[in-house]
Design a protein around this ligand. Sequence first.
Ligand code: 5GP
Ligand code: ZN
Length: 120
Amino acid sequence: MSQSDPNCIFCKIVAGQIPCKKVYEDEEFLAFHDIAPWAPVHFLIIPKQHIISLAHLTSEHEGLMGRLMTLIPKLAAQEGCNPYPEGGFRLVTNTGKEGGQEVHHLHFHVMGGPRPWLKG
Ligand code: 5GP
Ligand code: ZN
């Protein structure tokens, strides 16, 4: 299915070349704990396919992104985010340099749990 970039750290995680604390995996997606968490729950979910950023999505990704969005609340609950509305979670996608993107493989930060958090 997918292209991967041999120099991309998240493609290396997908390939098992770099270890991660896995939260979820299927054919299309991988979710794993962020190495430097800001919140009691902080994991990343990525498409296995090397898509550079949200700015690189095309109409061919609509189904993939729809499946991703419906997966996120399930994984948030599984990882210990408390239920809406008192609980909930924050979803962040940094895009490009001015958007604060450091890893150029599309990823969504899912953060939750009791406050205070390190950031935000
Ligand atoms: P960005 O700033 O691109 O949105 O976020 C990249 C995130 O990836 C950061 O929160 C950073 O802590 C996380 N990260 C970078 N390298 C690794 C890694 O090798 N393993 C894991 N689990 N997370 C990483
Ligand atoms: Zn990649």
